[in-house]
Design a protein around this ligand. Structure first.
Ligand code: SF4
Length: 374
């Protein structure tokens, strides 16, 4: 039996759709009542007080846009269905324009410990072009409001590769690095077919891979100078401020998941709910999970390696052996060669991707993945 469980809840509502967005989101708040009724029914169905919950994450969409009324009900339902007496972290994603005093008071009263803001860029022209509803000033107002409500654990998401200059991007990183944040997530822009930004860009990235790699390295250096240590390829945190919920995913932990498109991992089963909001509302509860897969020990070992090597401190070889009864270097036949070529390094018991190879981590992991049991 797994000791630590987390919960992810997907809240799909957004006031408007950003031009690059490929997440499951919906701008029609008139279906909120039906959506949340189904969400609560789903939580009732999978209620389990035997697995103490360690972290909770409300993502979206824009959870803050759903407003205090619904968020309050979600936390009441969570308390009814799960044992939250061991909770260590509760994160709620917020957008600046919907972060009101009323919302912050509600989040505080519900025990939320961490806020995650979608900032993306500090340049108003860029924010407008990608369809964000906030300007930089709206973000700082929301941030300082959150601080004045007692929130000390705050993340901002930034994006590399937006339609702006290299200098604009660096200005964003330098500006964010001195704000009262203790965590910064830095994601590469992904252009998805069918989004308006894809059409705007004629399907081609705004920067080459090499340019983006340089921008990433520069950003990592600036963040490091300001005390943000990289602990995962896209995540930087001040000392002891890593996101426990995300670390739990990367360490192959178990988690419940509720809402449209939410993916969970309970006991040895991974599942994903139906993607569309209307399907989620319409389908009977027993048909919400569109994909369910039992994970066997070999798959779990593979996932443990693939997820753990994304972390700056990598994986423990002895933990791998203890958990899966196999020698890592034999389990993945390419491991020795990757170490020999400097693409993986062994430091005592830890196996890591070297910091200067983080930008090619996907090809390193792919080589490792394909060598399993060769
Ligand atoms: S706020 Fe987030 S989820 Fe909503 S449309 Fe924009 S990118 Fe998508």
């Amino acid at each position: 039996m797994y000791k630590k469980y987390s919960i992810y809840i997907h809240i799909p509502f957004c006031k408007a759709r950003c031009s690059y967005c490929a997440f499951v989101s919906c701008t029609d708040l008139s279906v909120a009542e039906s959506y949340f009724s189904k969400l609560f029914a789903e939580m009732d169905r999978y209620a389990d007080k035997t697995k103490p919950i360690y972290t909770i994450y409300l993502g979206g969409g824009t959870p803050s846009y759903a407003g205090a009324y619904w968020l309050d009900k979600i936390f009441a339902k969570l308390n009814e269905c799960f044992d939250l007496s061991h909770i260590e972290e509760i994160t709620v994603e917020c957008n600046p324009e919907s972060t009101t005093d009323q919302l912050l008071t509600c989040l505080h009263n519900c025990g939320v410990t961490r806020l995650s803001f979608g900032l993306q860029s500090v340049n108003d022209g860029t924010l407008k072009r990608i369809g964000r509803l906030h300007g930089y000033k709206d973000f700082t107002e929301a941030l300082y409001k959150a601080v004045s409500h007692g929130f000390a654990n705050i993340n901002a998401d930034l994006i590399i590769g937006l339609p702006e200059s290299h200098a604009d991007f660096i200005r964003t990183v330098c500006t964010a690095a001195v704000l009262p944040l203790n965590h910064i997530s830095l994601y590469a822009l992904e252009l998805h077919r069918g989004t308006s930004l894809y059409a705007d860009a004629n399907g081609k990235n705004f920067f080459s891979d090499d340019e983006q790699a340089d921008m990433y390295d520069e950003a990592a250096e600036i963040l490091s100078k300001h005390g943000f240590k990289r602990y995962e390829i896209s995540n930087f945190a001040k000392v002891n401020c890593e996101c426990k919920h995300n670390l739990h995913y990367w360490r192959e932990g178990r988690y419940f998941a509720f809402g449209a498109s939410a993916s969970g991992f309970v006991d040895n089963m991974r599942f994903t709910n139906c993607m569309s909001v209307s399907d989620y509302i319409d389908k009977p509860i027993e048909l919400l999970r569109e994909s369910c897969e039992q994970i066997d020990v070999a798959e779990e070992a593979n996932e443990f390696a693939m997820l753990g090597l994304r972390l700056d401190d990598g994986i423990s070889l002895s933990e791998f052996e203890k958990r899966f009864g196999a020698d890592f270097m034999k389990f993945f036949s390419a491991a020795k060669s990757l170490v020999g070529r400097g693409l993986l390094i062994c430091r005592g018991d830890r196996l890591q991707v070297p910091r200067d190879k983080f930008y090619v981590i996907n090809s390193i992991l792919s080589e490792l993945w394909h060598s399993q049991n060769e």
